[in-house]
Design a protein around this ligand. Structure first.
Ligand code: AMP
Length: 249
């Protein structure tokens, strides 16, 4: 069974995000970029499934400009077998990403699709769900445990009230939550080997996809500075401040 794993290049999670002076977008100049953490977990899960003999090939797909090849190579260093980059410039909305992934799958016929639950730059949390709908296959989002046997996936999902376990037929879409696994460290020899793994580049025209560009970014603002807190001496003083200063009770 083939696993198709979608990986996105995003601003590194350790970076303090800056906004451009004209508020038009986040400033990415001279900023460290990385694989989206949830996508890294998705790659790790696919590699574990391959090591367990469940998956035979792992294909990573990334949609973006040439720079996303860096994160695809990283995914290959973790253990993915090959990559498909779909060239696209600028910001993409989730539906377009899902449409492109579905098109890529027309020639891949994957048995399992593993995506991050969300990209930490746009925080959409939509692509996996939309992909499942377009492919008309079952989905299990926010996975914290995945077991595959007899053509079925048993997935434990993190939900508001705790954990819920679902079983679904394959092919299916799984999106990863933080506790699913702890990604391995990419060792130097693996990084070197990854440079020689196949990486196909396709255009949107090759796939016959036209972007809808249905979401327009109007402006980006930095969050308001938080003012420092104070310590109060008693519960009465706290109640007084909540009642008379904050006026929340
Ligand atoms: P989102 O719905 O945008 O929060 O993204 C959820 C997941 O969809 C990500 O963790 C990736 O697995 C996948 N994804 C989103 N954008 C891209 C992209 N440009 N290229 C590849 N995968 C993507």
């Amino acid at each position: 069974m083939k696993a198709l794993v979608a990986v996105k290049r995003v601003i590194d999670y350790n970076v303090k995000v800056r906004v451009k002076a004209d508020n038009s977008d986040v400033d990415l100049a001279n900023t460290k970029m990385s694989i989206n953490p949830f996508c890294e977990i998705a790659v790790e899960e696919a590699v574990r499934l391959k090591e367990a003999g469940v998956v035979s090939e792992i294909v990573v797909v990334s949609i973006g400009d040439k720079s996303c090849q860096e994160q695809m190579r990283y995914a290959m260093a973790l253990g993915a077998d090959r990559g498909v980059q779909v060239e696209a410039e600028g910001k993409l909305n989730s539906l377009d990403v899902a449409r492109i992934l579905a098109k890529v799958n027309e020639s891949e016929n994957a048995g399992i699709f593993i995506l991050g639950k969300q990209a930490i730059d746009s925080d959409n949390n939509q692509t996996g769900q939309m992909l499942a709908a377009l492919l008309d296959v079952p989905q299990a989002t926010f996975a914290s445990e995945v077991k595959i046997a007899d053509g079925k996936a048993q997935v434990t999902r993190e939900v508001d009230g705790g954990l819920v376990t679902v079983e679904m037929d394959l092919p299916a879409v799984i999106t990863t939550d933080l506790r699913l696994n702890e990604p391995r460290f990419a060792a130097l020899p693996k990084i070197m080997q990854a440079k020689r793994k196949p990486l196909d580049v396709k255009t949107l025209a090759d796939l016959g996809v036209e972007l809808t560009n249905s979401v327009e970014l109007i402006s980006v603002e930095t969050p308001a500075e938080r003012s420092g807190g104070i310590k109060v001496d008693s519960v009465d003083a706290l109640l007084d401040k909540l009642r008379n200063e904050a006026q929340v009770i």
